[in-house]
Write a protein that binds this ligand. Structure first.
Ligand code: SF4
Length: 178
């Protein structure tokens, strides 16, 4: 038993390990359409170094990404493209709306500009500003990490409750047939 303890040993639950991995290994899909995308480039570059938060593995395939990062003005013509990319991402997936344009249309009060991407896809974190700062985006990402943990707990509880209800129904049905 003595040989099984020491500084290099860690004990934990599988769920805790899974949560830790999920919140520290985002693979963002940057949907950059305007100046906010430049701020995103700055955030992943050496000065701000997004890899400190495990989120630097940028992917341009929705099938390999779990965070859709919308950075820029979205006009109505782009809406179906954005929606299709969101739909192609596997679950679980999250969305960050970066900047005033993506959040609310920004100063484009125009018929052809979407007044917030939440008109067509669900948003988990809104990063305000025009332009939003790299610090703002990093803060948004940290908030998303907290949300991921909350969501995962909720999904697990829902799964357990569904399992319990199913067991109850099965035992009731079994009782009815006997
Ligand atoms: S919020 Fe500002 S910086 Fe970002 S895309 Fe719109 S105009 Fe550009």
């Amino acid at each position: 038993m003595d040989k099984m303890t020491g500084e290099s040993w860690v004990t934990t639950t599988f769920e805790t390990l899974e949560d830790w991995a999920a919140r520290n290994s985002f693979w963002p899909f940057p949907f950059g359409t305007a100046c906010c995308a430049i701020e995103f480039m700055s955030t992943v570059s050496s000065h701000y170094d997004l890899s400190r938060f495990g989120s630097e593995v940028v992917r341009f395939s929705p099938r390999q990404s779990d965070v859709l990062l919308v950075a820029g003005t979205i006009n109505d013509k782009m809406g179906p493209v954005l929606k299709k990319i969101y739909d192609q991402m596997a679950e679980p997936k999250w969305v960050i709306s970066m900047g005033a344009c993506a959040c609310s249309g920004g100063f484009y009060r125009a018929y052809h500009v979407m007044q917030g991407i939440d008109e067509i896809i669900p948003v988990d974190v809104y990063v305000p500003g025009c332009p939003p700062t790299p610090e703002g985006l990093i803060y948004g990402l940290l908030q998303l990490k907290e949300k991921v943990i909350r969501d995962r707990k909720r999904f697990r509880e829902q799964g357990r409750n569904q399992g319990n209800n199913q067991e109850k129904n099965e035992s009731v049905n079994a009782g009815a047939t006997v």
